[in-house]
Design a protein. Structure first.
Length: 186
């Protein structure tokens, strides 16, 4: 029969293992959330249908857009970092839109960060005119591994995801990655 001291040591040891597991999970979650410059990913972009936020609610299949590189930005109308980066996306679109397609997909209704009405209000306030829409495919967040907002996915003209950026992206980084995609596609 185990002595009381051995039993107490065994219980303490189990508690330490549980604490270590909790710390490791929290550390892994922290590392993933801080991963704003992830290594290039060889995965293919996933097709989905989105609805433009225009007067006709035009439906578009994402797979029809691969004639040039794509910058796919997941955002929400009530997301402050999303709001902060949108002017840079607009400026990038104005400068390089003929060579790179910029698409903003509103996922606010799936994240609790806004409705379509909130999204429309934001794009009107910021005078955004690059391709903006939403999707009825709620699993798009999982498929594109959107762990936080905003998240931007850089896709080359061969449908390869070359980089995923978690968090707000600025004009300098858009140019850096975007111009690299343009050069690779020529």
């Amino acid at each position: 029969m185990m002595s009381e001291k051995k039993i107490n040591n065994h219980i303490k040891s189990q508690a330490s293992v549980k604490q270590l597991c909790i710390y490791l999970v929290l550390f892994a979650a922290f590392i993933i959330s801080c991963n704003s410059d992830a290594a290039p990913d060889a995965n293919k972009a996933i097709d989905f249908q989105y609805i433009l936020y225009d007067s006709e609610n035009t439906k578009i299949d994402f797979a029809t857009l691969y004639d040039k590189p794509i910058i796919l930005n997941f955002w929400a109308g009530l997301c402050p970092p999303c709001r902060a980066e949108m002017p840079d996306f607009q400026l990038f679109h104005e400068q390089y839109g003929s060579q790179v397609t910029v698409i903003g997909i509103d996922v606010g209704k799936y994240t609790g960060l806004g409705s379509k009405k909130d999204a429309l209000r934001l794009i009107e306030q910021l005078n955004v005119d690059y391709v903006i829409g939403g999707t009825s495919e709620s699993n798009i967040i999982e498929l594109y591994e959107v762990y936080g907002l905003p998240t931007t996915v850089f896709i080359d003209s061969d449908q390869n995801i070359i980089r995923t950026w978690s968090g707000a992206v600025n004009l300098e980084k858009l140019r850096d990655i975007g111009l690299s995609m343009i050069e690779s596609s020529q």
